[in-house]
Design a protein around this ligand. Structure first.
Ligand code: SF4
Length: 538
């Protein structure tokens, strides 16, 4: 059965003209989308959206995919929930006009339809195409003078923190929350009241509304806290034994298995045997690698904005085309992962647009990414602040002269040594022993010379050090500033806290927000280009 194609009207009614006169002053994107919806969602792109349904073999959706895609853009622009989005298709003239439904008293789609469409976009990775489509669309407009723009991309990458949507809990509450999920699931499977399961499983702590209320201790007292952990651990073991006895088969399959796996993950990461012995358990000292911080959102992690400021959730990364200010790719990583891990995903999305990177503007967080060596091998230029070598109060590597052509290093006292990439170089011990600068250069024991590490990417570091040493080089380093502005706009639109749970759904939201931002950029540039043309003609 054929899927309905969205065929919005191109001509304007009197009511639309009146609405557009107002919307060209404020909330301009509504007007832009009304003017260009048929170009953004042309037949070819609508066919792509329809292919999502053929690929999955799912039944026909009565609502045109392009109309739902437009609704998702409006939802992001307006910053509303699914239920509000459905209501706005009835009560908001701007939504009705853009969706070509002025005067309709019926909602354009059901809440489930919108959610199902979003999940389908994510499953088929078509949210990437939605972002890509805005860049393709830009090429067809008068917003940019494409003949004057470079063929290859000058890309800048940056990231910002995104607080996760899941509740962050301490160890006691995490363990209790995970156990409560297990007990709820077991109660469902056995058709028992939850209280009966908690009592039978030997976990009466969960009969109270809060586990801390049930433990009723003075939490600032370390002994009381240790006692609480011991009580909780004992009841957890009791629950585990009860499950093995009562639901041995159910434990091996969903849904109970998923809850048990989460529970086991929290126990492993947050508890450890007490070294005082006696089979006792204590809260783990230090933080486990990949520590889960939320039951509701398994992908969230602890991260750092700076040495002192922490956050829980994700990092959002964008790649910006510096010549058009259009976002060409987005990526989401858990907050504890280094920036460099996002770079390959960004490159995959840029590659899918069949564009080559000619310049890559990054900060030091991305420098260790394989993307850097990849683009250098492809003849591209990497622009980044150089590393700042530190060595306490002693002279640093920056005080040594490295000659990459001769592959030598010269120390402040004029001693010369050959260097190899990726290897430490040690200066002659006798020369260092008699050197008058020794006290400022090294704390090595007499008979040992000063050593300097030569990185694998020393050639790149050397070039970056030369770059920052010149006014022109520093000007080039500032060329990445638009990506910081763009990321700040994304942050304002998305808000401090993620709308969704999980890495993939938040990637969808980032791509969608980037698509909306691109459309606003196109509108702004188009208006500026039209105004210039008008002034020239006048
Ligand atoms: S201590 Fe050794 S490396 Fe340092 S300045 Fe003197 S000779 Fe050079």
């Amino acid at each position: 059965m054929a899927i309905d194609r969205w065929r919005p009207r191109q001509g304007y009614t009197k009511q639309e003209e009146a609405l557009l006169r107002r919307l060209r002053q404020t909330k301009k994107l509504f007007a832009f989308l009304r003017d260009h919806r048929h170009e953004l969602f042309d037949d070819a792109f609508q066919a792509e959206l329809e292919s999502m349904y053929r690929d999955t073999g799912a039944g026909k959706d009565p609502t045109a995919p392009a109309l739902l895609a437009m609704a998702l853009l409006l939802q992001c622009y307006h910053g509303v929930s699914d239920v509000e989005a459905v209501a706005l298709t009835v009560v908001d003239l701007r939504w009705q006009m853009v969706l070509d439904r002025l005067g309709s008293a019926e909602a354009a789609f059901a809440q489930d339809t919108l959610r199902g469409f979003r999940e389908r976009l994510i499953r088929t990775d078509m949210d990437r195409r939605l972002l890509e489509r805005t860049v393709e669309f830009a090429r067809r407009t008068q917003a940019f003078d494409w003949r004057k723009l470079p063929k290859d991309l000058r890309v800048a990458i940056d990231s910002s923190p995104l607080e996760g949507a899941g509740r962050v809990e301490d160890t006691i509450n995490l363990l209790a929350h995970a156990a409560r999920k297990v007990i709820l699931c077991a109660a469902d499977l056995l058709h028992w009241p939850v209280e009966r399961v908690a009592t039978a499983a030997g976990m009466p702590l969960l009969l109270e509304s809060s586990v801390k209320k049930a433990l009723d201790l003075e939490w600032s007292d370390p002994d009381a806290k240790a006692q609480a952990v011991a009580t909780l651990a004992r009841q957890i073991e009791s629950l585990a034994a009860w499950l093995r006895d009562k639901l041995p088969e159910e434990m091996k399959q969903p849904p109970l298995k998923e809850h048990i796996d989460t529970w086991a993950q929290i126990r492993t990461q947050d508890l450890e045997p007490d070294p005082s012995g006696g089979g006792k358990t204590r809260i783990r000292q230090g933080v486990a690698a990949e520590r889960r911080v939320s039951i509701e959102d398994p992908d969230m992690r602890h991260g750092r904005k700076s040495k002192t400021k922490r956050f829980n959730g994700y990092k959002r990364h964008i790649a910006l085309d510096l010549d058009t200010d259009l976002i060409v790719a987005g990526a989401i990583t858990p907050a504890n992962r280094p920036e460099e891990e996002a770079a390959p995903a960004l490159k995959v999305d840029i590659d899918s647009m069949k564009r080559r990177i000619a310049e890559l503007h990054i900060d030091r967080g991305y420098i260790a990414s394989p993307l850097v060596s990849e683009v250098i091998a492809d003849g591209a230029e990497v622009i980044c602040k150089p590393w700042v070598p530190r060595n306490g109060n002693l002279v640093t590597k920056a005080d040594f002269k490295i000659n990459m052509r001769d592959m030598t290093i010269t120390c402040p006292a004029g001693e010369i040594e050959p260097i190899d990439l990726g290897a430490d170089v040690e200066f002659d011990a006798q020369a260092c022993d008699r050197c008058p600068l020794r006290a400022q250069c090294t704390t090595a024991a007499p008979g040992t010379g000063r050593s300097v590490t030569i990185a694998d990417n020393e050639r790149l570091q050397h070039r970056l050090r030369k770059l920052v040493a010149t006014p022109r080089g520093r000007e080039r380093l500032r060329e990445r500033i638009p990506v910081e502005h763009s990321l700040a706009h994304i942050g304002r639109r998305q808000g401090r806290r993620a709308r969704y749970r999980g890495t993939r759904k938040n990637l969808f939201d980032l791509r969608r927000t980037s698509a909306v931002q691109n459309l606003e950029t196109i509108d702004r540039r188009r208006a500026a280009a039209e105004s210039t043309t008008y002034r020239r003609a006048a």
